[in-house]
Design a binder for this molecule. Structure first.
Ligand code: ARG
Length: 457
């Protein structure tokens, strides 16, 4: 049995199954490094306010240093039967430093401890996630640079719509990821607060030097209200919701690539190191990584929703319900971190078939909008031009003839303003070059976007 941090008033032994059910150690062991930094800052603080004398402080600090170094070497053995990581650390400290370790919990509660260590975790991991997104973006920009002259059918409603450069498509991914990155920056900023001294809910009678502790922990603000601290988990919701948004972005990118590698489209080849086979159909190469990422969007949204449901109806301040936060938090963070790393490698090894791209943009209906715009340029009202192009297309379909092979006399039956320029329209490069606005798929615009991303690093 583990030493409890709260045993005094209890006469009976805790129900064994309940004890196991209530333990959070299997999840919150991940908070260990943050607990150790907090314990170190708190020890300094206890010394300064006279709770510890110099030799007690020294003993505790050296026990904490030993714990840290064993943890970093992977040699630390914590009691897996501990109620939570905070209890496990207390037990180890007592082992290493003796009875002085029992003083460390002066002037604090697990409520402010868990609120602080989770904030440190969120601060560090939201930064790390931003970094991983940055690396993924870099891999995409690199691919975009290589595919500026590869023209493909862009889709709406999953139907071929207009021609885009493949680079333009890839840069759209970079944009959406950038929005996720900026959300995460806000998550980091909002978690960057020192809540130590809040105690269980009311603050503490000991004059803890909160500014010093904040400084030691690299935190830029001190919290305003201890009662708010013990139950506030907005900083976790911020991260979980950002990861849900990011999950949607990753899922979209994954889906696009899966469509690109279907036998029908056959534009992309996902490297087989990110695929698996079938136990029955020997020919199969399935892009399982992408499917898992697409499905993960549901897991991430579920974690956010799950935790929102946990919070719903709770009164202000700490309630044990809050412990479920860990289950949602670590699951989301760890899965996203891993998939961002893999996705960057998958992207770097992605193969785009230029031959297939050329075939795909031979579908001349992709140039219908260009044709309507061309007729407007010749003086037609857009609505009329739209109708005329519709008629030309149905003529082509009925007569089984390509748009570019219809004689000018027939074209003029529908659009009298047409001239020889009509025949230049059915060409991918010509099509993208006609685009004239910022953010379009015009090669100069795409090159400008690439340059800007490269400069951003
Ligand atoms: N394991 C708990 C959690 O993660 C720590 C806080 C427990 N506090 C309490 N008053 N029982 O929420």
């Amino acid at each position: 049995m583990t030493t409890k941090l709260w045993g005094g008033r209890f006469k009976k032994k805790i129900d064994a199954q309940f004890e196991d059910f209530s333990a959070s150690f299997r999840w919150d062991v991940r908070l260990l490094p943050y607990d150790l930094s907090i314990d170190t800052a708190h020890t300094h603080s206890l010394r300064r306010c006279g709770v510890l004398n110099a030799s007690e402080e020294k003993k505790l600090l050296s026990a904490l240093a030993r714990l840290k170094s064993e943890y970093e070497k992977g040699a630390l053995r914590l009691d897996p039967g501990s109620e939570d990581v905070h209890t496990a650390v207390q037990t180890k400290l007592t082992q290493f430093a003796g009875s002085v370790a029992e003083k460390i919990h002066t002037g604090r509660s697990r409520n402010d401890l868990v609120a602080q260590s989770s904030r440190l975790y969120v601060k560090e991991h939201s930064k790390k996630l931003g970094l991983l997104i940055g690396r993924f973006q870099k891999a995409i920009v690199k691919k975009a640079k290589q595919t500026q002259k590869v023209f493909v059918p862009g889709m709406t409603h999953l139907q071929n719509a207009q021609v885009l450069s493949q680079a333009h498509v890839f840069l759209a991914y970079v944009e959406m990821l950038e929005r996720s990155k900026r959300r995460l920056e806000l998550v980091t900023e909002l978690a960057d607060v020192c809540v130590l001294g809040s105690g269980a809910l009311a603050g503490t009678t000991f004059r803890l030097d909160q500014s010093r502790m904040a400084k030691e922990l690299g935190l830029s603000r001190i919290v305003n209200n201890s009662y708010d601290v013990s139950g506030d988990r907005d900083f976790l919701l911020n991260l979980l919701s950002s990861l849900s948004f990011l999950g949607i972005h990753l899922s979209r990118i994954a889906e696009d690539l899966m469509i690109g590698q279907t036998k029908g489209v056959a534009l992309m080849d996902i490297d087989e190191t990110f695929c698996t086979g079938s136990s029955m159909m020997p020919q199969k190469k399935n892009a399982d990584f992408l499917e898992l990422v697409r499905g993960m969007a549901g897991v991430l949204a579920g974690n956010l929703t799950g935790f929102l449901m946990t919070l719903k109806g709770l009164p202000t301040s700490y309630n044990r319900d809050l412990q479920w936060d860990k289950k949602f938090l670590f699951d989301s963070v760890e899965n996203v971190e891993i998939s961002l790393e893999i996705f960057a490698r998958l992207f770097s090894s992605l193969n785009i078939s230029e031959t297939r791209a050329r075939e795909l943009v031979e579908d001349e209906t992709l140039y219908a909008t260009d044709l309507a715009d061309y007729l407007v340029g010749k003086g037609m009202v857009f609505k009329k031009a739209h109708e005329a192009v519709g008629s030309i297309i149905s003529f082509a379909e009925e007569n089984n003839v390509k748009l570019s092979k219809i004689g000018l006399d027939i074209v003029r039956r529908f659009a009298p303003q047409a001239d020889g320029g009509y025949y230049d329209l059915f060409n991918a490069e010509h099509s993208v070059r006609q685009k004239a606005v910022q953010g379009s798929t015009h090669p100069d615009e795409v090159a400008r976007q690439i340059k800007a991303w490269e400069k951003k690093g």
